[in-house]
Design a protein around this ligand. Structure first.
Ligand code: HEM
Length: 281
């Protein structure tokens, strides 16, 4: 399948986007109208659902009392954006972590043993305490995220004040900048002489969780606007891997580490396929 062609033909001229948004709006309109009606009828007795639609409806800047087409368009774009940044990112990184695992047989037993122990402890019903105990898996996931290999963080930032670095270079106020990840994720001071090599237990040995932002680990950005979904995303990836590793031997067809796909500065998981063999119970 020629992904680049599909992207050019469909995504870039917005055909897929327009169809998705149309379907989405059709589904969302009655939901929004019902909410507004309930609010009006129930007044103080209205118990707002704790979700992002309610947040948007109550936001003084965006809220509304009538669902016009313009409003529908705006909220669809907003929700679509949230879905892309949360679901797409997590599924890409989950897939990538599976490939990282499948290509490294030397790690299989160690990580599997941890999952079996935790599975026995919780009797198959994971709680957040059990997820926190997956320390080897967490460290593995951190390393998979660190070595994802995108050149920069896709989220752009605007420089609010002019800033001059020690070397005299100035970023003027208002300039849009992207974070260059290569110097951060592959720096030799933090990650040793071969920073591009996969260090599965770096996080474990240095007490860095996969969800913890750090000056040497920028996959979730940093500071006030660091990804708020990172705890959820890391847990999702860990739960998914835990269940799959418990049930299957996961391999690459070549038996080797598969290469990622690079589209310009952005990386995506390999597309070689994965083999899932049932583990004998
Ligand atoms: C592995 C999965 C994910 C990755 C790699 C990721 C990465 C990022 C990055 C790099 C940023 C920009 C941070 C910055 O500006 O410094 C960001 C922002 C954000 N992420 Fe995530 N994200 C992931 C999953 C999620 C999930 C699951 C959610 C929601 C449930 C989410 C919600 C958000 C939101 C709302 C922002 C904007 C935060 C703000 O500007 O204040 N993300 N994410």
């Amino acid at each position: 399948m020629n992904y680049e062609k599909i992207l050019q033909e469909n995504w870039l001229n917005n055909k897929i986007f327009t169809i998705q948004m149309g379907n989405f709006a059709k589904y969302l309109k009655p939901v929004l109208e019902k909410r507004l009606k309930d609010k009006e009828i129930l007044g103080d007795k209205y118990e707002p659902p704790l979700d992002i639609i309610e947040y948007h409806l109550n936001d003084p800047e965006y809220g509304t009392k009538v669902i016009t087409d313009d409003y529908l368009n705006e909220i669809c774009e907003f929700l679509f954006f949230i879905m892309v940044v949360s679901i797409h990112t997590t599924s890409q990184h989950f897939t990538s972590a599976l490939y990282d695992f499948a290509g490294r047989p030397e790690l299989w037993d160690d990580i599997y043993e941890e999952q079996v122990r935790i599975d026995k402890e919780c009797n198959g019903e994971l709680s957040s305490q059990h997820i926190n105990k997956m320390v080897k898996l967490d460290s593995f996931v951190r390393e998979s995220l660190r070595t994802y290999d995108s050149v920069f963080n896709p989220v752009p930032h605007r420089c609010l004040e002019s800033y001059t670095f020690k070397n005299g270079m100035t970023i003027p106020k208002g300039r849009i900048v992207q974070t260059y990840l290569m110097d951060i994720h592959y720096n030799t001071t933090a990650y040793g002489p071969e920073p591009r090599s996969f260090l599965p237990y770096y996080g474990l040995e240095n007490k860095f969780l996969a969800s913890r932002t750090d000056k040497n680990y920028f996959i979730f950005g940093s500071g006030r606007h660091a990804c708020p979904g990172r705890f959820f995303a890391v847990n999702e990836i860990k739960i998914g891997m835990h269940k799959l590793i418990l049930n299957y031997h996961i391999k690459t067809p070549s038996g080797k580490i598969e290469k990622k796909i690079h589209s310009g500065p952005l990386a995506s998981p390999p597309v070689a396929g994965l083999i899932f063999e049932n583990r004998k119970k």
